[in-house]
Write a new protein. Sequence first.
Length: 257
Amino acid sequence: MLVNIPYNDMTLPLSGPQNPLNPNTQVHYNQNTLAGHVEELVMDETSFKSQHLTHEILGYSVNPSEHASGEFIGNTAKAVANDGRTIDLVRSTRGERRDLKRKRKDKGDLSIIEGEGAYQGPWAKWQGDEEPVPVPEGYVSEPSPEPETEASAAAVAAARKKKARAGLGMESTIFHGKSERDYQGRTYMYPPYGVAPQLHQEAGSQESFIPKVCVHTWTGHTGGVASIRLFPGTSHLLLSASMDTKIKVRVFPNWRF
């Protein structure tokens, strides 16, 4: 033992702050702190969500205080009517479900073909489907358009089919440069040997450098770019395929002619 406590010190009365839970003190029993009553309560997340949703939807929840066991907070009348069940345990009765269920009209008499009471069978309508919609006062219905003749309707249908057929699978090409050929008659497909003479060499023999700055940015696609390919052998053209159903062939900016 490093410390030998004298017997007189060991038998001294306990000293320290006053016990707030002691009923003999002047502190009220329901107030264990100066600001009010504090209780330590442990509740799992599932129970907390269940009580929270019950209070938000049904208007009541169980009082979590240990001094109020079995009591409810909020709409106590509804809590008693539901036997204190939470939102995940409340179920509608069979009679309520039967009243809410839609009802079909009578199937009719099998011997009657047309008219009132005719046989409907499985095609009988639901009750309430034929109720007229109330028309507000002062409402003036718009005049119905004149019915089209069969010839005009057929002509319109034929024009629509022709238009849809013309636009289906049609391909178009747009050139965005000034001229498709240079002063020597070469197209953009011709490799620019004058600007990049190393293209005459064998593939892989020229030196390559890691880019340090952004030289050029291509724009024009309105959808995501799905694939990018370089022209084989010379790589002087860039082909990009996008999800906007467009394919663009681009020339590098420093190889224009």
